[in-house]
Design a protein around this ligand. Sequence first.
Ligand code: AMP
Length: 199
Amino acid sequence: MITRQFGIPVTSPGAILRREKDLGTPLGQQTADAIQHGSLVSDEIIIRLIEDWLRLHGGHGFVFDGFPRTLPQAESLMAILTRLRTALDLAIWLEVSEQTVRDRISGRLQCSACGFTTSSSSAQFANRPVCPYCDGPLARRNDDDLDVLQTRLQEFHTKTEPLASFYGKMSILYRIDGNRDRETVFADISRLIENKNSA
Ligand code: AMP
């Protein structure tokens, strides 16, 4: 939605690694187990992915989805951006309850080609699970499972939650209530991006 509205390229290490696995590359095979069990992939692998992606696509703005997830990743990102003489404008913290997370992953469908995400309860996709943007197949993720979720939540609490104070101290952290519907949440995110663009 951000790319369509603002033309800013978005990347997500999770999406990249799922594609690598589908393609059967060594990187995909090396990381598949951690992803399937809900553990975080090593910082070294993730930083290398982000650095390569930034070099290719990051010249005119960028959005990361699901990165950084650990303090070492956040610190490495700052070092990379300092080298590239690029500032980080916003860190958006989507706050969702565990109930919302459970509800969303139990019905999530994702396009394995472009990452478009929807829900199996959306009538539009119930009979024809095909991505409306690229015609790719909409499928369940193999880590969208309530047992795996426990590990993912534990990883979040121990390794990712400390990033709120990291970005809070830099005064770039904005919290948004992510329990609301997609359009309302996106309107809040859009407002933040527009305010930064016009600042
Ligand atoms: P996501 O698509 O963001 O839900 O990520 C799916 C999975 O990919 C995570 O559960 C991790 O195993 C891995 N992953 C994605 N982003 C990161 C990251 N920044 N650091 C470590 N592992 C990640």
